[in-house]
Design a protein around this ligand. Structure first.
Ligand code: FES
Length: 402
């Protein structure tokens, strides 16, 4: 794949060592051509998170998702395995289900145009008016749906629409080990909010990776966590992020600092006193608290528009508590999310103005630099590629800030 359609010198400025580096150029947030390139390279040719595996629980459950220009049909097959097909009928190409629509449960996959019917294994089972066709053989493998590459980890589903990305395990790297104590496969979502905001998906991601802005816009958050706390992780996969500590009185991130759930059963003392904020490229933000995990799944719909699915996940020990009420987490984060979205939309408008220039990174923005440089590396290489750039000690959070 070719490099992204951007000025090479402006992109190289992002990949310089931390103290000399600059933020991404404006076109990276504004250009439809850049977004089309990103959707192909960072989303279709890599591993995009498309939701939780338990969104499709029963054999016959099926739903279609869009990954860039590709439609992918996710299906729970007759044996209970999650499989995926390209969402294109083998007759004349009609979509099998509308992308982004509700899940359905059917014993077969049926094209809504001329009613070709496929088994949950993708094989063609019926094609009206073809019984006497002299050159048509229903069982010809070429008539079966084209399989797509799908894998699960931590209860999430990932699709590689192009079929040729490196293995998901390589993409995840040491994220698996880092999040192992949270036993992510056991978690279920009972609460979620969907947002659509007027901002580029990378502005949302950049905002996620710093708390430089927290004292200005997040008064509730600053009551439970010091904005300058925590350290960046050292990833071996295509992810990045860091921790933040809880203040002494706080058990978790909530308006009072109190938890109304149960702490995850395998956390050590350190993990019970902090929150991990991690982004698995390209589109999954994972915020692991001592008692719940929050995720933001980003879905870019235009250079200046992003759909964001926010979910809160709990272990069975919390869900089984009498009168369990998840709002202590969702209310706190809905307030905080909306403060962030307001800021992200203001950044998007500012970036579109003539006064924009590529700015510098403060030592509280190590994660923003790592994200921008990772994106810029990909722009230059024509593929999603590591390693995540290294940081000086202070930007890692390893020495005291100013
Ligand atoms: Fe699907 Fe004709 S396009 S049955």
């Amino acid at each position: 794949m070719q490099a992204a359609p951007l000025d090479v010198a402006a992109v190289r400025a992002v990949t310089r060592p931390f103290h000399e580096a600059r933020t991404l150029p404006a076109e990276a947030y504004l250009s439809p051509d850049v977004l089309a390139w990103e959707l192909e390279v960072f989303f279709e040719r890599s591993w995009m998170c498309v939701g939780r595996a338990d969104d499709l629980r029963e054999p016959g459950d099926q739903r279609a998702v869009a990954i860039g220009d590709e439609g992918i049909l996710l299906v729970r097959d007759g044996d209970g395995a999650l499989v995926a097909f390209h969402n294109t009928c083998r007759h004349r190409g009609h979509e099998l289900l509308p992308c982004g629509g509700e899940a359905v449960n059917r014993r077969v996959i049926q094209c809504p145009y001329h009613s070709w019917v496929y088994g949950l294994d993708g094989e063609l089972r019926g094609a009206p008016w073809f019984a006497d066709h002299p050159s048509f053989e229903r069982s010809d493998p070429d008539n079966a749906l084209r399989a797509a590459r799908v894998e699960s980890w931590g209860g999430w589903v990932f699709v590689n629409a192009s079929g040729d990305a490196p293995p998901l395990a390589e993409h995840l790297g040491n994220l698996v080990e880092l999040l192992d104590p949270y036993e992510l496969d056991r978690l279920s979502s009972v609460e979620g909010h969907d947002y659509e905001i007027a901002s580029n998906w990378k502005i949302v991601s950049e905002n996620y990776h710093e708390c430089y802005h927290c004292t200005e816009i997040h008064p509730e958050l600053c009551k439970v966590t010091p904005p300058d706390s925590g350290v960046q992780v050292e990833p071996t996969g295509l992810f990045l992020g860091g921790s933040m500590e809880l203040l002494d009185h706080a058990e978790t991130m909530s308006l009072t600092g109190e938890s109304r759930g149960a702490p995850f059963r395998r956390l050590d003392e350190k993990l019970r006193r902090e929150v991990l904020y991690l982004q698995l490229m390209p589109n999954l933000l994972i915020s692991a608290h001592p008692d719940y995990v929050m995720t933001h799944r980003l879905d870019p719909v235009a250079p200046d528009r992003t759909r964001i699915e926010c979910r809160w996940l709990w272990a069975p020990e919390s869900l089984e508590l009498e009168g369990f009420d998840p709002s202590y987490a969702s209310e706190f984060w809905d307030i905080t999310n909306r403060q962030d979205w307001t800021a992200c939309e203001a950044v998007q408008r500012g970036v579109a103005g003539r006064g924009f220039r590529q700015g510098p990174f403060s030592e509280m923005e190590g994660g923003v630099y790592q994200l921008a440089a990772l994106v810029a590396q990909g722009y230059l290489a024509g593929k999603a590629t590591g390693p995540v750039p290294t940081l000086p000690a202070k930007a890692m959070g390893l020495t005291e800030g100013a």
